[in-house]
Design a protein around this ligand. Sequence first.
Ligand SMILES: [Zn+2]
Length: 375
Amino acid sequence: MSEFGFTLLAADGAARRGRIATAHGTVETPAFMPVGTAGTVKGMLPGAVAETGAEILLGNTYHLMLRPGAERVERLGGLHRMMGWNRPILTDSGGFQVMSLTGLRKLTEDAVIFRSHIDGSEHVLSPERSIEIQRMLDADITMALDECTPHPATREQTAASLALSMRWAARSKSAFTRRPGYGLFGIVQGGVYLDLRSQSVADLTEIGFDGYAIGGLAVGEGQETMFAVLDHTAPLLPADRPRYLMGVGTPADLVGAAMRGIDMFDCVMPTRSGRTGQAFTRRGKLNIRNARHQDDPRPLDADCRCPACRQFGRAYLHHLHRAEEMLGPILLTWHNLTYYQDLMAGLRAAIEDGRLAEFAVAFAAEQGLGDIERL
Ligand SMILES: [Zn+2]
């Protein structure tokens, strides 16, 4: 089994074209990870997810620990085997969902204590337990447990939260058992305070991780502020380790962040939006439920290779969504994931060819045209 590692293949300005090696195969970067919350990318068979071009999925520790339970997943042979996905998987630490989904919780130095949003049962998530659960899930990439600092937060609140996260990062590292092909990532926090971001990078690189995530962004601070934090933080991170921007984002966020040296992304946007009738296209976002699509035989996106665009027109997709047929969300999810993966492939090719600036200009110009009539 190969060692876990990151190879930098090319660079264009701050942007990087790389490859991550894991126990379950390689991932070309920049990469977008579809979110498989509860052991499934909602509405998509694993083969279909792979067809979109995805090479790695994200699984949610919080959801899986509550249902079906980490011990049960382990008995079933791990998450890859259970869900029929034999490529790499990254799991989050569970911290973000605990803090965003459960009203009843208590944060101590040792752990976060919370009640399940499913049945109200009490659970304790410590750094050690989070790492143990992620090992039972058999995640190729394990995330350290941290506290996701709320936004907005004062500098004082952010500094205190960061200090706890860094102590938990050290405990996560101690709890992580090294195995060939498996890696552990630390998470840079510090909110919008650049000096705290610097401190967080210094603390994490001192502990030493296989990769570094940037957390606590895309929580309402705005794209300009997020990019400013990335401009400051990304160059501080070790060049020989992958960089993962958590929970981001829109197509424009991905282009801008890749230009700033980010290698990995995850977001529920393409899947969640697909289920509610929102489609991302080369000409921007549209809502298929809108009446203007009801007689339109043309594809969602004429340049897309997905089944929703190759086999069906807007009028039919509109009908499926209005009639609440399950094929509607399936097709729009398939389309959105294909669009996201094709965008990443475009970014990778542009970085390799040293034409990322031109790619970004053309991307913005086409998005700016809007979803207008064209025959
Ligand atoms: Zn499509």
